[in-house]
Design a protein around this ligand. Structure first.
Ligand SMILES: Cc1ncc(COP(=O)(O)O)c(C=O)c1O
Length: 391
């Protein structure tokens, strides 16, 4: 057999469907409501800080686990907002986005054969993260329409082999915001089975209708067993900058830092400097961010509902999961391809968020981190769908 092949690991997952949809969208000149990146500018002060850092010749490697100033800003901000003391030298590791933060955490703390619990539907990166770290995934269903989980099913997923549980709140793709009570239940099981919570909180500030973000690290007994993951990407509309971080208990930090160092050495040094400016923006910025996205959510909900999609209203993050059964296509992938080619709107097939494609067969995810003009153009184009509605 030829050795000119990919590894067994690499054959176990496919190319990112989300990123593929973005490429197809470019090919067909569509409106991109697939990949979650804003098409409006980042805050001036943050961009200025990046330019100033480059002008000041911040051009060389930063400390591998993050420039001191940024690690301090991350620790100060987390403590101010959530009341939990963080020691930057022992607990904060700056990575190339939340993506690398998750990978470095998984490879740093999970051994082949360890079980890792994942709520399903899930952000598609968690699948390859689990495969590359050699973990055995155990899935717990978030049940539509409100995306709640069954306490018995969750409890049954824990056992002596369970090393970690991956959480994402506010959640992509469902828009669910885990409640304090739900997090208490998860925390109790983590304590009982000596399990690490890996909590992706990248949409922390994008939250609506009075819902509150609770970091699981702040729940009793969890600070010592939680790796909190966050990033500049979504909060400051700079998804291309690739600056994220972990906040971990001292006992896990070394392992995460070692993997991070050999994966990437470090995130872009001048953009880490800009991260300090980002974390220092006034509180009003976060209120405006959430309010701006709440308004866009309502605009896209109205558009999608008028064009016959059944919507699951999100309370956080910037995506709307929809049901597309009414259009009568064979499956979500066929419909998504039709939508981008013939209608000129890109969205993500629901199956990319499920381990079995069949579970997402009638689902499609749209994002609303877009300018009003972009959403209005999508509205116009989606009108073409009315001919397709069956029954
Ligand atoms: C839940 C979640 N985690 C992580 C990421 C990636 O974050 P980053 O750009 O910081 O790598 C995304 C991007 O869409 C996401 O939705």
């Amino acid at each position: 057999m030829s050795k000119l092949t990919g590894s067994k690991k690499a054959t176990q997952f496919t190319e990112s469907v989300i990123r593929e949809m973005t490429r197809l969208n470019e090919m067909y000149g569509g409106v991109n409501l697939s990949q979650g990146f804003p098409d409006f500018p980042a805050p001036e002060a943050v961009k200025e800080a990046a330019c100033a850092a480059i002008r000041a010749d911040v051009n060389q490697y930063a400390v591998t686990w993050g420039a001191r100033g940024l690690r301090e800003a991350i620790a100060v901000e987390f403590t101010r907002r959530h009341g939990l003391p963080i020691v930057p030298d022992e607990q904060v590791t700056v990575c190339c986005g939340a993506t690398e933060a998750m990978m470095a955490t998984m490879m740093g703390i999970v051994d082949p054969g360890d079980e890792v619990i994942i709520f399903e539907p899930f952000y598609e990166n968690y699948g390859p993260d689990v495969i590359l770290s050699g973990a055995t995934p155990r899935y717990v269903t978030l049940c539509e329409p409100s995306w709640t989980f069954d306490a018995g099913e969750l409890a049954a997923a824990f056992n002596n082999r369970t090393k970690a549980i991956i959480l994402n709140t506010p959640n992509n793709p469902t828009g669910k915001v885990f409640t304090h009570q739900e997090l208490e239940a998860i925390a109790a099981l983590c304590r009982k089975w000596d399990v690490v919570a890996i909590s992706d909180e990248i949409y922390e500030h994008i939250i609506y209708d009075g819902h509150r973000h609770v970091p699981i690290a702040t729940i009793d007994g969890m600070a010592d067993r939680t790796v909190t993951i966050n990033s500049l990407s979504k909060t400051y509309s700079v998804t291309g900058w690739r600056v994220g971080w972990t906040i971990s208990p001292k006992s896990l930090t070394d392992a995460i830092r070692k993997v991070h160092d050999f994966l990437t050495v470090g995130a872009a040094a001048p953009l880490q400097e800009a991260g300090v400016a980002a974390l220092g923006v006034p509180e009003a910025y976060y209120q405006q961010l959430a309010e701006g996205y709440r308004r866009r959510r309502d605009v896209l909900l109205d558009i999608l509902e008028r064009h016959h999609f059944t919507c699951y209203k999100p309370y956080g993050a910037y995506y709307i999961m929809t049901d597309i059964a009414v259009f009568g296509f064979r499956d979500d992938v066929e419909f998504a391809r039709y939508l981008v080619k013939e209608v000129g709107v890109a969205a993500v097939p629901g199956s990319s968020f499920y381990r079995n494609a069949a579970a997402g067969r009638t689902k499609l995810r749209f994002c609303f981190c877009k300018r009003d003009e972009t959403l209005a153009e999508a509205d116009k184009r989606l009108a073409a769908l009315s001919n397709l509605v069956i029954g």
